[in-house]
Design a protein around this ligand. Structure first.
Ligand code: 13P
Length: 423
């Protein structure tokens, strides 16, 4: 659809693939000669310094702060149901104390070098360190990490109308709950220290017109309500990895979803594009795609950045990708290639291309925590996962990856993240 539109563009892509290969070799040599050396990508970074954040900071300042160079967002806002499934499958009880003990690892780890914001679940926004009683919000702010909060109330099935049988059917698509109480919740969350929010819509590939319309409209209404309450909305139209779709089909669905979302945001009164952030998935094939050859990071980068360039307005400061079931290492490699592609050949993008990962920043930490209960070791892993993804936001990651899940290849797909659950 968007690709290979001209010989010129095709040559540009070939150039990127070659340049990316050369740069990867240079990076490896650099780290052998001098492991402390800075990347050549860093030296060409032109991102300006992030604004200082005060209680009176504007939406635009907060959005710029969150999407600043070399940093991304920690998504640690799993609902009680989702975190419960992860904890219990790791042998940990799903109690408020266990959830707090696990999340405390991240909020007290030294992550501020690579993390600009952390999304919390409502419960966690009001929890504190088990020993010092200092709130998690204070811990995060202390190291320059802005607290955010998930404000949606999960997914519900989206019935559609079958004109042949004249009955409502459920075809596995969803919409998201929570708009009715959102304004009142925002007023409480900002008092508790939140500076930004997240709302997740989940769509199947290919999305139906109804699912596109409803989810885009609800995302736009969510964004408007949050901005009216001085909270930066993280707008998440996630295309699920579940399915057999190819990379090309994922790209088309991605373009449709982003177009619908941006169009709904344009239509919604009161939206400031410079005071919101987007949180889409990268363009990757379905986890059950029969062609088992996974695309290279360079292909993911080209397919992803090309869609973003066609659809995302330049006023939006940052595109913060979710990891969506990719392995920890894949998510880092793909983000790194996305940034390398976006920067090469005068190909710069107007927005930063960063992360708002959940599983890809947490899975190895949970493994250590569940198997060894070693707080320092688990925190070190949280720091390392944050660090490599921070490097990937400037295209300067060159391995090795810290993941301990089958050499970084442990699958993080979860079939309960779609319509079958409250997410
Ligand atoms: P994953 O990175 O695990 O997909 O989670 C990100 C997220 O917040 C989804 O809502």
């Amino acid at each position: 659809m968007y690709l290979h539109t001209s010989t010129n563009r095709y040559n540009q892509k070939l150039y990127f693939i070659k340049l990316y290969g050369i740069i990867t070799v240079i990076r490896s040599l650099e780290s052998i000669i001098d492991p402390q050396s800075d990347s050549i990508f860093r030296s060409i970074s032109i991102m300006s310094a992030p604004p200082e954040i005060k209680p009176t900071s504007s939406l635009s300042d907060i959005a710029q702060y969150l999407s600043q160079s070399s940093k991304g967002i920690l998504a640690s806002d799993e609902s009680t149901g989702t975190i419960g499934k992860r904890l219990t499958s790791a042998g940990i009880d799903n109690t408020p104390e266990e959830r707090a003990a696990y999340r405390q690892l991240f909020y007290t780890a030294d992550i501020g070098h690579s993390i600009s914001g952390a999304i919390l679940f409502e419960e966690t926004l009001y929890q504190s360190h088990s020993k010092t009683n200092t709130s998690f919000v204070t811990h995060l702010l202390h190291q320059g990490v802005l607290p955010g909060v998930k404000v949606d109330k999960g997914l519900i099935p989206l019935p559609s109308f079958d004109s042949n049988t004249a009955i409502n059917i459920v075809n596995g698509e969803t919409r998201t709950k929570g708009l009715d109480t959102l304004d009142a919740s925002c007023k409480e969350y900002i008092k508790a220290g939140a500076r930004f929010t997240k709302w997740r819509a989940a769509l199947k590939v290919p999305p139906s017109p109804l699912a596109l319309d409803i989810n885009a409209s609800e995302l736009a209404m969510y964004a408007a309500i949050c901005q009216a309450n001085n909270l930066v909305p993280l707008v998440e139209p996630e295309l699920l990895i579940d399915g057999q779709h190819t990379l090309e089909q994922a790209q088309i669905a991605s373009a449709q979803t982003l177009q619908a979302t941006i169009a709904a945001l344009w239509r919604q009164p009161g939206i400031s594009f410079d005071g919101l952030l987007l949180k889409p998935q990268m363009v990757v094939p379905g986890g059950d795609c029969p062609n088992h050859n996974k695309p290279s990071p360079e292909s993911v980068a080209i397919y992803t950045v090309d869609v973003m360039r066609q659809v995302v307005p330049p006023a939006i400061p940052g595109i913060m990708f979710l990891s969506g079931g990719q392995t920890e290492e894949e998510a880092t490699l793909n983000l790194n290639a996305i940034n390398a592609y976006a920067m090469c050949n005068n190909n710069r993008t107007p927005w930063s291309l960063s992360f708002s990962f959940g599983r890809a920043l947490q899975a190895s930490v949970l493994k250590i925590w569940s198997e060894e209960r070693d707080e320092e070791k688990a925190k070190k892993m949280a720091e390392e996962l944050a660090r490599v993804n921070g490097l990937a936001t400037t295209g300067s990651y060159s391995g090795p990856h810290p993941s301990i899940l089958s050499g970084g290849r442990g699958s993080l797909r979860e079939d309960f993240r779609g319509w079958r659950t409250d997410s």
